[in-house]
Design a protein around this ligand. Structure first.
Ligand code: SF4
Ligand code: SF4
Length: 98
């Protein structure tokens, strides 16, 4: 059985060392963001081998950052997000503290 759901799109990601990244885009089916406070990309997978799927655009499957104003009931309600670097961390750059 397949499930079709609408998810906020991951418009771009700076983490080119992630296995799901190709040409600054994320090609996972869905990603998970954060813990209850920090908006890190939980799906970040540092690896030399990269995904062969380069057409699919990832969605935000779940986000645990209740401190973000876009978060409702542990889900992201933004239209889209961008992911990038903050020091050594890979984070959701669309995060906006309540
Ligand atoms: S959004 Fe996360 S999983 Fe996707 S390419 Fe960037 S770091 Fe990797
Ligand atoms: S915008 Fe906010 S709610 Fe959406 S993924 Fe980023 S941190 Fe989570």
């Amino acid at each position: 059985m397949l499930v079709n759901i609408e998810m906020p799109a991951v418009e771009g990601c700076e983490a080119q060392d992630c296995a799901y990244n190709h040409d600054l885009s994320c090609h996972a089916r869905g990603i998970t963001i954060g813990d209850l406070k920090h908006p890190g990309c939980d799906t970040f997978t540092p690896a030399g081998q990269h995904t062969h799927e380069t057409k699919r655009i990832a969605g935000v499957g779940a986000c645990k950052v209740v401190a973000c104003r876009y978060n409702d009931d542990l889900e992201c309600e933004a239209d889209s997000i961008r992911v990038g670097r903050s020091g050594n961390a890979i984070i959701c750059k669309t995060f906006d503290k309540r």
